[in-house]
Design a protein around this ligand. Structure first.
Ligand code: MG
Length: 388
């Protein structure tokens, strides 16, 4: 009998976490849940504990006492403090990082230093400190298998290939909610209209990031970090049907693409089974019904986020962390109706412009990254007050 993979799901009550548990539940002979974590979703995680019987659970401190009564067999951790301690447990093989936010940085770092298989769906940690995380993964023999659909596609296309043979990476983007909306109208749209994403069902923050194309900018940074290709070899191409999840072009002009239905269970499961594959039970693509697949160049004048992402990659150091933090604050202000849609770009660009004068800008140590993150958040708040 095959040894089961013991999986920690960080952020198990969010959409990626729930889909990860569906994949695990579909293959009980292959996988078992070793740990679950959530912040405040007590009811949801209690149901998950009953169903999957994890050994470890992390949740916000105030909920631990009551959960311990109903789940006496579980060892509990404080989610805001102890995640880095939890993920290094000997009886965890794979760490799925499904939680959002910069808080994923510490457990990600701890997991790679413990030589785990790390399956990140979280963007922030890779954007902020992807260069450090990947260097540590290499040093400690950890395997990083991305869960994000585009990065998973690139990862799959690169299997068994030499990175030196890569001519270009074509990162596909659905184009977000505003692809066909003229720029002059962007500030007239309501938060609700922007949250109606055409392809993927996601949280509010990432849906706004899709509309600004900042999400794709973050993915350019992630791809550079994950695969170690030069910045200029990563190209974004708008592909509204979201069937081609990304492509890799080699020096001989040959291009490999990964295609599939738009269901996150596919890349999640691949991260859990790599280098093998298992049936997902998902419907297959029917090419005779697909009709056309279309591609177009992104409009970086209307959507300046992509330019900002390339800029911070060239700048390096803590600049990507500054971009990530400023965007988080700006998007939050937009969702609260405190700034207009295009105000997001304005805030982020202003914070980045101020960052070049900061002493921690060129350093790439975790402590400086965190300092830059905090600085950027403060600065973004100030800029928001200024433009209101
Ligand atoms: Mg994506």
């Amino acid at each position: 009998m095959m040894k089961k993979k013991r999986i920690a799901v960080l952020g198990s009550t969010g959409s990626i976490g729930i889909n990860t548990l569906r994949v695990i539940a579909a293959h009980p002979e292959r996988f078992e849940v070793a740990a679950l974590t959530a912040f405040n979703s007590v009811k949801e995680i209690e149901g998950q504990i009953r169903k999957f019987a994890p050994k470890y659970v992390a949740i916000a401190q105030p909920h631990i006492a009551s959960l311990r009564k109903s789940c006496p067999a579980v060892k509990f951790f404080d989610v805001t403090r102890d995640l880095a301690e939890l993920v290094v447990a000997k009886d965890i093989d794979v760490v799925v990082i499904a939680m959002t936010g910069a808080v994923a940085l510490d457990p990600f770092l701890a997991a790679v230093r413990a030589g785990k298989i790390v399956a990140p769906a979280n963007k922030e940690a890779l954007v902020m400190a992807g260069d450090i995380l990947m260097a540590e993964a290499q040093k400690y023999g950890a395997t990083v298998i991305p869960v994000d659909s585009e990065q998973s596609a690139i990862f799959q296309c690169l299997q068994g290939r030499d990175i030196k043979d890569v001519q270009q990476i074509h990162l596909t983007a659905s184009g977000g909610a505003l692809r066909k909306v003229p720029r002059v109208r962007h500030d007239q749209l309501s938060v609700k209209q922007i949250l109606a994403h055409p392809r993927w069902k996601m949280g509010a923050k990432i849906t706004v990031d899709s509309a600004t194309l900042m999400n794709k900018g973050f993915e350019v940074i992630e791809a550079q970090r994950l695969f170690g290709v030069p910045v200029d070899k990563i190209k974004v191409i708008i592909h509204p049907e979201a069937i081609v999840h990304s492509m890799v072009e080699f020096i001989d002009g040959s291009i490999l693409a990964q295609l599939g239905v738009t269901d996150m269970r596919l890349p999640i499961q691949y991260a859990l089974t790599h280098p093998n594959r298992l049936s997902t039970g998902l419907p297959c693509l029917d090419f005779s019904k697909l009709g056309q697949l279309t591609f177009e160049k992104p409009d970086t004048r209307t959507f300046p986020s992509l330019r900002l992402a390339y800029d911070v990659l060239r700048c390096g150091g803590s600049a990507p962390a500054v971009l990530n933090a400023a965007d988080e604050i700006a998007v939050e202000a937009f969702l609260q109706g405190r700034i207009r849609f295009t105000g997001i770009y304005a805030i982020v660009a202003k914070v980045l412009a101020a960052h070049v004068r900061e002493p921690h800008r060129s350093s790439a140590r975790i402590v400086d990254i965190k300092q830059a993150d905090a600085w950027s958040r403060r600065r973004a708040v100030e800029e928001i007050e200024r433009i209101r």
